[in-house]
Design a protein around this ligand. Sequence first.
Ligand code: MF3
Ligand code: CO
Ligand code: CO
Length: 257
Amino acid sequence: MSVSIKSVDELAKMRVAGALAAQVLEMIGPYVVSGVTTGELDRICHEYIINEQQAIPAPLNYRGFPKSICTSVNQVVCHGIPSDKKILKSGDIINIDVTVIKDGYHGDTSKMFCVGEAPVHAQKLIEITQECLYIGIELVKPGTTLGDIGHAIYQHASKYYYSIVREYCGHGIGAVFHEDPQVLHYGNPGKGLALQEGMTFTIEPMLNAGKRHTKLSKHDGWTVETKDGRLSAQWEHTMAVTATGVEVFTARSDERF
Ligand code: MF3
Ligand code: CO
Ligand code: CO
């Protein structure tokens, strides 16, 4: 495993890319309503990233992925493919995952939206998943290990009897979309890589209401769903380790770190 340390110059580019990715999530919020298709949400984001931001949607053609964002509805864990046939209805929950490339560097972030009013149990899953992300972020500083972060996230989810997906994880990021290290959302305190100033990565916990196991769609080769068909939620940020803590590149205006 080789984990790169970014230069001041690279960090500046990631700051810009991260802010753009966050702005896409802020922009798309008002469009996430009953009756819209995930295909339409994809088109709106695509146009915005290309025309307004003069940036590149990283998922498009990434290892053959056909669209510009991922849209994962209800029991879909991650990597849902936007489609004109998928119409959102009141009570659905959806993760929108945006990754942009600007000046050669990536910003990767996702958040959950409720369509109309979601059931209280779905709202709780969403809330605890976001808390898991925030608990991970709070621990980021030189000397913290990836095991410390994974353990804390796992413990918090377990407290509410939610399970943590293991097949997918956070990742190093920079000029490359997915690079070392792997950032697992479970682990053992004090184990794994010790963080150093200048490392950049994502934390992106996926919590399931039921069992942790997933299945990959044989149909499209991308869509990951819970095996038991129960709900899943995910939140993601891209960040850097600073001398004293963390800088969250993809923070939105409703967030303070
Ligand atoms: N944005 C996802 C992540 O958090 C990766 C999506 S890859 C794609 O790492 F090809 F599905 F878009
Ligand atoms: Co990611
Ligand atoms: Co992502």
